[in-house]
Design a protein around this ligand. Structure first.
Ligand SMILES: *Cc1c(COP(=O)(O)O)cnc(C)c1O
Length: 222
């Protein structure tokens, strides 16, 4: 069977600057597809469902870095706390507290990104910039010893309108840069997917989350 996963990966990688990390978004895809990407050298994978990520973690080589990129339910954090490498979609202080609690049980510090609301379209996920500033500055956050906020994540509006995408990415990038001057832990700006990652990189993204351009279209919405 010719899947082309290796070829797709090579093609994308050849266009990425060295400083940009590629997260291969493997949600809904079978283990064999992930193994193929692994064999081609890919080590960072992104999933959006806890159960699916745990099942794949159990099956695959242990040097894979697993990123949770989906909306996180607090009661699911405990299932990934022993292995997750980076949680992209943190959008409340309560969730941060739960991650801290579960990380502590495993004697770990879990790296997190706060998800910023950048899409103009009505979306329930992501924090307004002012809430992000409040969390970063708060004493309650400083007391959490088992989580580290290492950057920000954003999802642009699902649109072909380049001007709008440009505006959304650049607003997040300038907010990120501003905060990076204050908080030295911030090093990751996760923005860009299959359809818009080139524009995201032009605007300063350091981490792109690419699914369908590597693994092909997904059979169902996830
Ligand atoms: C599914 C998903 C992606 C990847 O989307 P593609 O368009 O297939 O590249 C990136 N980020 C998040 C948060 C996702 O849920």
């Amino acid at each position: 069977m010719i899947t082309g996963i290796k070829e797709n990966l090579q093609k994308i990688k050849s266009t990425l600057p060295e400083s940009v990390t590629l997260v291969a978004v493997s949600k809904t895809k079978p283990i064999t597809d992930l193994q193929e990407a692994y064999d081609a050298g890919q080590r960072v994978f992104g999933e959006n469902k806890t159960q699916e990520m745990v099942a794949k973690y159990d099956e695959l080589p242990k040097d894979i870095k697993w990123h949770m990129i989906g909306h996180l339910q607090r009661n699911k954090v405990k299932y990934m706390a022993h292995f997750v490498d980076l949680i992209h979609g943190v959008d409340s202080f309560k969730t941060l507290k739960e991650i801290n609690k579960q990380a502590k049980k495993h004697n770990r510090v879990i790296n997190c990104l706060l998800q910023a609301r950048i899409a103009k379209e009505d979306t329930k996920f992501g924090l307004p910039f002012t809430d992000i500033e409040d969390i970063l500055a708060s004493d309650e956050f400083k007391e959490l010893e088992n989580v580290k906020i290492v950057g920000l994540m954003g999802m642009a509006t699902f649109t072909d309108n380049q001007k709008q995408l440009q505006d959304e990415f650049s607003s997040l990038a300038s907010f990120f840069n501003k905060n990076q001057e204050k908080y030295s832990d911030l090093s990751i700006l996760s923005m860009g997917m299959s359809g818009d990652y080139k524009l995201a990189i032009k605007n300063g993204s350091t981490m792109v989350r690419i699914g369908s351009s590597i693994f092909g279209v997904r059979n169902y919405i996830a």
